[in-house]
Design a protein around this ligand. Structure first.
Ligand code: DGJ
Length: 572
């Protein structure tokens, strides 16, 4: 090599190194920040609430396909779109990158005043490997696959291959470098999801020769050190497994965590007996079953994905998350859901193995919405929901997650199908967009809460500030968007002063009693409905009489969400 060329390469590498080092601590790019008890996504110096939705998997692979969709996304009051970028499309030939699609997406998102969260579909998507380029897919000597117990290859890249990991990390780093170059100042892209719903689907663990060898060996020291250092604060499901096996601080995987799936046993799809009775299933389906297999896989997925994420962050330090395909009542055994993915019972493995991952996120389609938000926010994990349902139920859940768990964002899946037609989503996102500044200002301060009410379900009471707030479902319609009572509604309550509340509600009456000086009676001093515009309250009707039942409750229309501002007073 000529000395001039060498110098040029050295100078370019130095420039890239300096640029990437700058983004590492650059607070002007989107980043996460603690705010009291909450973690907020900060964009251009301000906290950001993502009213998001995820596109179908293949939509963003065609700019032409996307064209008619953009205006519908805007009309649905979204501020963020989750869109796939796939490895096979950006690196069709090894080492040759093509970012035209990425640039097209950025251009359209900007033209529509939308942000993007990019989903990096690479080594795995829903437990399988389908998005790696052909030069990876067809060269299994170099890029090996995982095996099931019978020794057969599965269409899944193994986590236990440096070649797999490095090829993925190399492509991801190139993507992040490109994003820094084209978006490092504009901040259209807010966060990155690394891979999609990882974990081994079809068996409890990888049985490839290299995996078997690692499984027979010792638990890595980094993992043991983490467990010892966090012994008192480990997720209880994992701690119980470690305790049952005597809190050993070294040994093989089975010595430390107990036995895995018995040889040649078929994994039950529905969790019936054997191996569990109906009753054991009912009380125990959320546990770690054959724990060592799932723990081993979680560690190896976390190590791999964590190193891919770290390679990307070294280029452009955006917040990064992984999403979980959840364990479910009827798919409770690892392998029927991806074994090793970031489900709550193995969060510690992910924290230990993938420190570059900022958020462990649930794809939350299951009915146990509140329970899972609780399990995903243990140990201070911030809540971001990248996939869920839309409709009345979905938006109620979204409002509840914002009010109860300071969620960073909510994103129903498959927005292509319902962008123009889901009035529930459109109206709820409109109301949330109005009140977002107030929600963000109250995150992490203990001045905001929420309740979920089901049609026919019990009323609920919470204490917030100086009052107890009781919400009762009420399907009374005021005419309007829909006369069918929703199955589920949410109320979000913000204490804005000693005796003041701002409330988003729907299909409910809200009653107040005194929490301080409880012998006081509480009256409504003033109730207004209204809207927020540019962060300012614009009052509409002054509510009284029939609109405030018995002159002591707020009544929220059942056809859509609305905002009321109430001032209370006390009498003796
Ligand atoms: C979960 C996956 O993460 C998505 O990519 C998509 O396949 C949905 N399931 C389909 O419901």
């Amino acid at each position: 090599m000529k000395i001039q060329s060498f110098l040029l390469i050295a100078l370019c590498s130095l420039a890239a190194l300096t640029a990437s080092a700058q983004t590492r601590n650059d607070l002007s790019i989107p980043h996460l920040e603690k705010h009291g008890m909450a973690t907020q996504l900060i964009v251009d110096g301000k906290p950001f609430l993502a009213r998001a939705a995820e596109l179908n998997n293949s939509s963003a692979s065609s700019l032409e396909y996307m064209k008619p969709l953009w205006p519908k996304l805007v009309a649905a009051h979204l501020n963020t779109v989750l869109a796939t970028v796939s490895w096979e499309l950006i690196e069709p030939e090894q080492g040759k990158f093509d970012f035209r699609l990425v640039d097209g997406l950025l251009k359209e998102a900007r033209a529509n005043d939308l942000h993007l969260v990019i989903l990096w579909f690479a080594s795995w998507k829903n437990g399988k490997s389908n998005y790696q380029p052909l030069w990876v897919k067809t060269n299994q000597e170099k890029f090996p696959l995982a095996c099931s117990e019978d020794g057969k290859s599965m269409p899944i890249m193994t986590t236990l291959s440096d070649a797999n990991r490095d090829a993925d990390a190399h492509a991801f780093a190139a993507l992040m470098r490109h994003l820094r170059e084209v978006d490092g100042k504009k901040h259209t892209v807010l966060m990155i999801q690394v891979e999609n719903e990882v974990g081994l689907l079809g068996d409890t663990r990888d049985y490839s020769p290299v995996a078997n060898q690692a499984f027979a060996g010792p638990v890595p020291k980094e993992l043991m050190d983490y467990l010892v250092a966090h012994k008192d604060t480990l997720i209880p499901e994992l701690r119980d497994v470690w305790a049952t096996n005597g809190f050993k601080t070294s040994g093989t995987w089975t010595e430390v965590f107990g036995p895995g799936k018995p040889a040649a046993m078929a994994i039950p799809v529905r969790t019936l007996s054997p191996p569990l009775t109906e009753q054991e299933h009912e009380t125990g389906w959320r546990n770690l079953h054959w724990p060592v297999d799932e723990i081993f896989m979680a560690w190896n997925y976390a190590r791999y994905v964590g190193q891919v994420a770290a390679a990307g962050k070294a280029e452009y330090n955006l917040p990064m998350f992984v999403n979980a395909w959840l364990q479910q009542r009827d798919h409770a055994w690892p392998g029927t859901y991806p074994s090793g993915g970031p489900v709550p019972q193995v969060h510690d493995l992910w924290r230990a193995g993938a420190p570059a991952i900022d958020i462990l996120a649930p794809d939350l389609y299951v009915p146990e919405f509140e329970e899972l938000c609780g399990r995903f926010t243990r140990s201070g994990n911030p809540l971001f929901i990248p996939e869920s349902r839309a409709g009345a139920q979905g938006v109620a859940n979204a409002i509840w997650a914002f009010g109860t768990h300071d969620a960073i964002g909510f994103s129903p899946f498959g927005i292509d199908r319902f962008a123009g037609s889901d009035l529930e989503l459109i109206h709820a996102y409109d109301v949330i967009s109005q009140i977002a500044p107030l929600i963000l200002a109250n995150q992490g301060k203990g001045t905001m809460t929420a309740m979920l009410l089901d049609n026919g379900g019990a009323s609920q009471t919470v204490k917030l500030g100086n009052y107890n707030l009781e919400a009762r479902f009420s399907a009374r319609s005021f005419g309007g968007i829909s006369n069918t009572p929703p199955e589920r509604v949410a109320g979000l309550f913000i204490s804005t002063g000693q005796d003041d509340y701002v409330i988003i509600g729907r299909g409910m009456n809200v009653y107040f009693t005194a929490a301080t000086n409880p012998s006081d009676s509480v009256g409504l001093a003033m109730v207004e409905e209204g809207v927020y515009a540019g962060g300012k309250w614009i009052p509409g009707r002054r509510l009284n009489g029939d609109e405030t039942p018995e002159w002591k409750a707020l009544r929220f229309r059942s056809d859509t969400y609305s905002i009321q501002h109430v001032k209370l007073y006390r009498y003796h």
